[in-house]
Design a protein around this ligand. Sequence first.
Ligand SMILES: O=P(O)(O)OC[C@H]1O[C@H](OP(=O)(O)OP(=O)(O)O)[C@H](O)[C@@H]1O
Ligand SMILES: NC(=O)CC[C@H](N)C(=O)O
Ligand SMILES: [Mg+2]
Length: 503
Amino acid sequence: MCGIVGVASANPVNQLLYDALLLLQHRGQDAAGIVTQEGRKFFMHKARGMVRDVFRTRNMRALPGTMGLGQVRYPTAGNAESEEEAQPFYVNAPFGIVMVHNGNLTNAHQLRRELAETDHRHTNTESDSEVLLNVLAHELARASRGEPLTSQDVFAAVRAVHRRIKGSYAVIALIAGHGLLAFRDPFGIRPLCLGRGADGTVMLASESVALEGTLHQLERDVAPGEAVFVHLDGRVEAEQCAEASQLHPCMFEYVYLARPDSVMDGISVYQARLNMGETLAKRVISTVPPSEIDAIIPVPESSRPSAMQLAQRLGIPYREGFVKNRYVGRTFIMPGQATRKKSVRQKLNTIGSEFQGRRVLLVDDSIVRGTTSKEIVQMARDAGATKVYLASAAPPVRHPNVYGIDMPTRGELIAHGRSVEEIRQWIGADALIYQDIDAMKQAVGSINPRVEGFEASCFDGCYITGDISDEEVTALNEGRNRGASEGGDEATSRLSLPNAQHA
Ligand SMILES: O=P(O)(O)OC[C@H]1O[C@H](OP(=O)(O)OP(=O)(O)O)[C@H](O)[C@@H]1O
Ligand SMILES: NC(=O)CC[C@H](N)C(=O)O
Ligand SMILES: [Mg+2]
């Protein structure tokens, strides 16, 4: 995931873009960037780091104009440490285009070859987003055939892009002197919504919280496969550009990625998490008698709604036992296992009195690499808990995610190739309870029956855009590993897992 935003307004947009990116910061902490357009000229500032660190007053002053876009990056392709791969990306022909992307292309390797050999376009980074921009640029040039660009040309280009690229993508692009383009992949895997401000400003963003928090009204989600084009005068045109489309949003957005105050594809993230707590309660009852649990303690931050609902359902006190240092970011989206591991201790500290002599059920939203779980179970024991049970509001994460969430290799996943009992032993809990996959889909899907299904491949191994072979997963990771300077400690941490069956 990454967070993306685009705005078309009658007023300057630099501060608005900055504010929206701050509201999307939880979606990407590695790099941030903004481009604005004044006349036909683009102004760009991007760098590695969090929004507050990347943009100083002088950078903000250098972003004039009434249209623009921005991104916060959480790298899932290419090189996490490359400043060049921070977004937006720019190409000068045709017209001049800048683009931001949330998602991951699964055929970026093949496209990179096609771009070089057939389209004669050069890409200079390992980023799949740069590939996507060049495909879009090539198709825009083809659709406009050297004539003035019309919105029909833009939609024709998006249709061609849909035919060529595979994977997940929510995209916002500025075409110099023409307007703002946004489109979403034919399965709607990554989120994108549209809204308006009282002054007529049109805003597109990954999550509704970016709209609400900047006083814009959410109008609707961009449909899977749909393209939206905002002209320079603010007129909005939209067209379905995919040959076939179905709404299958990413389940992990509801589990962890999105903010609970966002509504995505008609599903309140908060309600989704409450519902997951409700169904998790049934699983807990069948494993540990509620009479043997003294307190239910969430693992801050994302698990709180599920833990609260679970506690209410079981009639067990909900207590806060871990305090989160709010100045440490989200650990799951940090690159590098050593950083993540160190950050869990820095981030969470126990309130001793909540554990002393108690049998506690810790609740997390998900267990991915197991970094958090192993640490917090030990911390609960160190604080005096007599029994430490652990429940996950999501099912075991057993398969790599290839759609923009950093769970790239099977070997990194604590649940891959292990039974629940083996995972329990590794984590060191007295009992381990996981959500059931079908129950979770039902619990979240029931909030909006128009959602046709979920992209839940990390749980069920079904890849909605077509099967992904092990070779493809390896190819997807190639560029990343080359760039990751922390690859060494990733490897060490994987080797230290007991009985890991590397696929
Ligand atoms: O099994 P792991 O590999 O440790 O990953 C799972 C953990 O990571 C996330 O927390 P994170 O600290 O990123 O963010 P949060 O504060 O939103 O919960 C998630 O909520 C789990 O706690
Ligand atoms: N998480 C994302 O959406 C990442 C976008 C893109 N694949 C990148 O790595 O920059
Ligand atoms: Mg967490």
